[in-house]
Design a protein around this ligand. Structure first.
Ligand SMILES: *Cc1c(COP(=O)(O)O)cnc(C)c1O
Length: 365
């Protein structure tokens, strides 16, 4: 009775609630540095907006068109409001794209490693995913090989920029050259979940290329720099000729009113965004210096996390050591490598000290 493509899937293992994990490990303090959340929290304007919400609206369906949020985002990004499709988190937009475009036997090209949801939803639709390994020295996409991987069956190409988990940024010049080599009937999806953290934002964003290419989509989320992961708001900016189809497939009331007004309040507080960006840039410099000084192989990050190779293939041991000290980091994304979400300046220093002690210990063994 099961759909053929679903038979072998395993459910996504979400992060355990921090409190449960703390109890399990007997820790009083545990910092999650594994989910790329904003270490500086959420704008206080969001708290105010939620507190001011009229509870008697609970029984009413939300605005299925997210009209006010739509206008605010369109104004901020200088795009037409009809081009926007909102989702219950960007995750839902990724699922919606797969559901709208993919049929069994279609092909999807993506870099490897990258965000795992692209593959999951392509596979559910019976499409074949073609992984194109990143260039191991720099962590950059191998765009030449990605163009080579396109066949008459290719429908979608995913580019996560900056890429999760490598943290590397693809330049707009390189993206433009790539777009010129991609056939017009192949849709290129640029996932900009972390773009606001980049040094030269907004000049780094592909939004400015949208008028040039009818097969380009840019995706954004409120979960990362806006610190709103709990409210589940993401969106895509689509070519006008495709919007009707996505809106027809989308569930009608996918964003609650609280989610919509929270995102609006978060968007309006650009001072919080700017402060977060500055603090994340500082953290990035400190991590870059630390990893270089420690001679640990790593890629150049433009995000709020850092990807690096653990010494002597000891990724699991280092992860456990960090956990004992109250820091949860992410492994399993590329063999031997760990991904650490930046914390506050104090937390970063403490984590770096644990890593340093681990290195000293390894050398003396
Ligand atoms: C976190 C993340 C998302 C998902 O964001 P949500 O809006 O929380 O669903 C999408 N893409 C990438 C690359 C991410 O890291």
């Amino acid at each position: 009775m099961l759909k053929h493509t679903v038979k072998h899937l395993k459910p996504y293992t979400p992060e355990k609630p921090l409190d449960d994990l703390k109890k399990e490990l007997g820790l009083t303090n545990l910092v999650r540095m594994s989910a790329n959340e904003n270490p500086f929290g959420t704008s206080p304007e969001v708290k105010q907006a939620v507190a001011n919400w009229n509870f008697s609206q609970s029984r009413d369906y939300p605005d299925g068109n997210a009209s006010q949020l739509r206008m605010a985002v369109a104004n901020q990004l200088h795009v037409a409001s009809e081009q926007l499709v909102f989702g219950n988190g960007l995750d839902e937009v990724i699922a919606l794209i797969a559901r709208t475009f993919l049929e069994p036997g279609d092909e999807v090209v993506e870099p490897w490693p990258t965000f795992s949801e692209y593959r999951l939803h392509a596979e559910i639709e019976g499409a074949k995913v073609v992984d194109v390994p990143i260039q191991s020295e720099t962590g950059n996409f191998d765009l030449g090989a990605m163009v080579q991987a396109i066949t008459p069956r290719t429908k979608l190409i995913w580019l996560c920029n900056p890429n999760n988990p490598t943290g590397t940024l693809l330049s707009l010049a390189a993206l433009t050259r790539f777009m010129r080599q991609v056939p017009e009937n192949v849709l290129v999806l640029v996932d900009e979940a972390y773009i606001e953290f980049t040094d030269d934002y907004p000049a780094t964003s592909a939004v400015s290329l949208l008028p040039q290419f009818d097969n380009l989509v840019v995706l954004r989320t409120f979960s990362k720099i806006y610190g709103l992961a709990n409210f589940r708001v993401g969106f895509g900016i689509f070519p006008k000729q495709l919007v009707t189809y996505l809106q027809s497939v989308r569930l009608p009331y996918n964003l609650s009113t609280i989610a919509q007004l929270s995102a609006q309040a978060a968007l309006a507080d650009q001072r919080f965004v700017q402060t977060t960006r500055n603090r994340v840039q500082q953290a990035r410099r400190s991590w870059e210096t630390f990893l270089t000084d420690s001679a640990l192989p790593h890629y150049t990050s433009q995000t709020n996390f850092q990807f690096f190779q653990a010494p002597q293939n000891q990724a699991y041991a280092l992860k456990q050591e960090l956990l004992q000290h109250g820091f949860l980091v992410r492994d399993g994304l590329m063999p031997g490598w760990l991904r650490i979400t930046f914390g506050t300046a104090d937390q970063n220093r403490a984590v770096q000290q644990v890593i340093q002690a681990f290195l000293v210990n390894l050398q003396s063994e």
